[in-house]
Write a protein that binds this ligand. Structure first.
Ligand SMILES: Nc1ncnc2c1ncn2[C@@H]1O[C@H](COP(=O)(O)OP(=O)(O)OP(=O)(O)O)[C@@H](O)[C@H]1O
Ligand SMILES: Nc1ncnc2c1ncn2[C@@H]1O[C@H](COP(=O)(O)OP(=O)(O)OP(=O)(O)O)[C@@H](O)[C@H]1O
Ligand SMILES: [Mg+2]
Ligand SMILES: [Mg+2]
Lengths: 250, 250
């Protein structure tokens, strides 16, 4: 299953989700590919320490038959990566003028389809050509949403964009509530109201605010290499279970 | 003074800072212009409720003599706004092919220079053509930084970009620590170490994590219209004082 982890809003937990879901699936024996589609390369730093010869730019721009050359194993068993570098910004600009510019990631992933049980795509905080590529490639569009400002407004424009890109009315998306702070009851109540119309798309699993998750990110490690018994590790395990049982389309 | 509020990292408090600093300066009688440079238009929603005839796209793309036509008063005394809309994404793409594409915002602001004591530019979470325009236009580059992942890595590439764009070694930037949570002592300690080499650029004022600030954002209001006696309001007042006394270049 190809999962695009996307939300144009910044800092809502896309990278934390992509990094830790990849590890969670890997822990269950599923061969997993993490595709870093963000020029800021934050998920890359959790799995890859050197300068890659080839990277996401080559993965997208080369012929699909060459895509595998930009895939690297990592130290984390069952996780491979297509690493990002800052030259991805430039590639995104070049991509804007290319034929089939919104489908290139999809074609590269199709070429690798049989090798991976799970593919996780970490998207940048923007609704642009990179995110369009992820939306087109995805079997499931996973939208981390923080109980906070603009959560729903951004969501609706994301869904409209996905409908247009994929030419389908019923886009396969799910909402993941992230960074839930049980203390902020007033904010959470407002958020509950705002999210009501998307209720059946909201996953049962909620990722709670967890300092261990934040520190694991600072240490550039998946939560399972940092604090296996933390709330954050439990939450991503539960999410992994729920997604594994998911049957899409809705 | 023209202040660009920028950081490619998502969710670090750029919008919260632009919105509340604008109000803080306005409260002190300074005529202030808020320029929303983010296609997600989050700072616009705190000051502007209708569909503007002209917006930031016109402000950037038209001749400088026409720039004033995209400026609107708001209900907040002393705050005017150049509102953003989602068509700014498209404009950013068109802008990539235009002459002097990195200087257009600067030229539009020069045309309005005498009318405003303060100009605050809210930037999107990316290091691209829109942020380049803000960096070029700025007297001060204000970088909100959250004690968290990637804080310093992103900072260094931002400074390098600014040096190249402005052709100066000594870029006028300051770091604003945001969303400081006094409970997360371990994270804060790590962050202290990481930020050490930028020590003299870090502002004395720190913005603490404050639920009132988050709720004010949810309610689409500046903190002063929402909870005047909150910690968040105090912090942005203190920041306003510190910036008003700032003498740049360093
Ligand atoms: N459940 C959580 N509990 C505590 N902190 C978290 C949690 N999830 C993420 N964070 C922290 O919040 C910040 C933003 O998270 P993250 O980088 O994953 O978001 P993002 O959506 O990928 O951001 P961007 O839009 O910049 O790509 C990081 O500092 C991260 O460590
Ligand atoms: N000091 C604070 N205390 C508590 N919450 C805050 C604070 N500052 C910002 N927030 C909240 O954190 C989230 C991110 O803040 P904000 O939108 O200002 O960041 P941003 O850098 O503009 O994000 P983006 O990169 O998406 O433009 C919002 O939900 C906001 O309400
Ligand atoms: Mg990210
Ligand atoms: Mg913002």
């Amino acid at each position: 299953m190809i999962i695009a982890v996307t939300n144009a809003k910044g800092g809502v937990g896309k990278t934390t989700t992509a990094v830790n879901l990849a590890a969670a699936f890997a822990n269950r024996g599923k061969k997993t590919l993490l595709v870093d589609l963000d020029p800021q390369a934050h998920s890359t730093r959790c799995y890859f320490r050197s300068d890659p010869d080839r990277d996401i730019c080559d993965f997208i721009m080369d012929r699909p038959s060459q895509a595998h050359r930009a895939v690297y194993p990592t130290d984390y068993s069952n996780v491979d990566i297509v690493p990002a570098t800052e030259r991805l910004s430039e590639t995104a600009e070049l991509l804007s003028t290319r034929i089939r510019r919104e489908e290139r990631l999809h074609r590269a992933l199709v070429a690798l389809a049989d090798e991976y049980k799970m593919v996780l795509i970490d998207c940048p905080p923007s609704l642009g050509i990179l995110t369009y590529n992820a939306i087109n490639a995805a079997d499931l569009i996973l939208v981390p949403v923080q109980p906070a400002v603009g959560a729903v407004v951004g969501l609706e424009s994301l869904i409209e964009t996905a409908q247009e890109l994929r030419d389908e009315d019923n886009v396969p998306y799910r909402i993941l509530v992230t960074m839930l702070d049980l203390r902020t009851t007033y904010t959470n109540a407002i958020f509950e109201q705002l999210i009501e119309e998307h209720r059946r798309r909201v996953l049962k699993t909620v990722i709670h605010k967890s300092e261990a998750l934040n520190q694991a990110n600072l240490a550039a490690k998946p939560i399972y290499s940092f604090s296996r018994s933390s709330r954050g590790a439990e939450d991503y395990d539960a999410l992994c279970e729920e997604l594994a049982r998911l049957r899409i389309p809705t």
